[in-house]
Write a protein that binds this ligand. Structure first.
Ligand code: DX5
Ligand code: ZN
Length: 219
């Protein structure tokens, strides 16, 4: 399966956001990953639908909106209206995950469920077949620039088996601590989509960094 690269704008220069987005798009990335944090579910506040709309104006790539917020049902329609193409919600924030996923799919978006590092894969046992992708957090959400949690590799391998058993094609996305050193092991474990914030936006030359990622991923 094709490997996809999704830069997280969390580490971009927000004073020059449109320019930053155009630079990574020109460097050949696949999705733009947008981290929405509410200061409740995670200890940081980032951005809302207005910024998603601005990113949508600056880019023609699919917008991958990662909601780290309590009560996501309340805000999902606003993010979709703003231009989200893929919407992911944390299983930890959704008492009615099945309904939330349905809400995203009915609106014509691709739906993902996110698990924190400490949340077991089993929480998705009855949801997997309805999902387009699962996002496994490989750091505790809230901030960019943290270190990859090593046992995520085992979690990816187990998730791969669960997906094979369920018979539907569900992408595995990994978020947190993805860089030139960690990306190979993550790919070998079975991930399809690689989110990287600081490793891309913190680098001198985005094109060179993306090319290095592609080389490591084998293509
Ligand atoms: C963390 C966010 C990530 C983060 C990744 O809560 O979901 O998308 O920006 O940043 P890096 O790649 O720097 O670990
Ligand atoms: Zn994210």
């Amino acid at each position: 399966m094709e490997k996809l690269i999704a830069p997280s704008i969390l580490s971009a220069d927000f004073g020059r956001l449109a320019e930053e987005i155009r630079s990574v798009e020109a460097a050949g990335v696949d999705w733009i990953h947008i981290d929405v944090m509410d200061g409740h579910f995670v200890p940081n506040i980032t951005l809302g639908p207005m910024i998603v709309e601005a990113v949508n104006q600056a880019s023609s790539l699919p917008l991958d909106v990662h909601l780290m917020i309590e009560n996501p049902d309340r805000y999902i329609p606003d993010f979709i209206k703003a231009g989200a193409d893929l919407v992911s919600v944390h299983a930890e924030t959704c008492p009615h995950l099945n309904r939330t996923i349905d809400m995203i799919l009915t609106a014509g978006c691709r739906a993902g469920a996110v698990l924190n590092p400490a949340t077991p894969l089993e929480s998705l046992e009855w949801t997997l077949e309805y999902l387009d992708f699962v996002l496994l957090m490989s750091v505790n959400p809230g901030f960019g620039g943290q270190s990859f949690i090593p046992n995520t590799l085992k979690k990816i391998r187990l998730l791969k088996t669960m997906i094979a058993d369920c018979g539907k094609s569900v992408l595995i996305e990994i978020d947190g601590g993805v860089n030139k050193t960690t990306i190979k092991g993550i790919a070998d474990a079975g991930a399809d989509v690689f989110v990287a914030g600081s490793a891309i936006f913190g680098s001198e030359n985005y094109t060179k960094t993306i090319q290095e990622f592609r080389q490591i991923l084998g293509g």
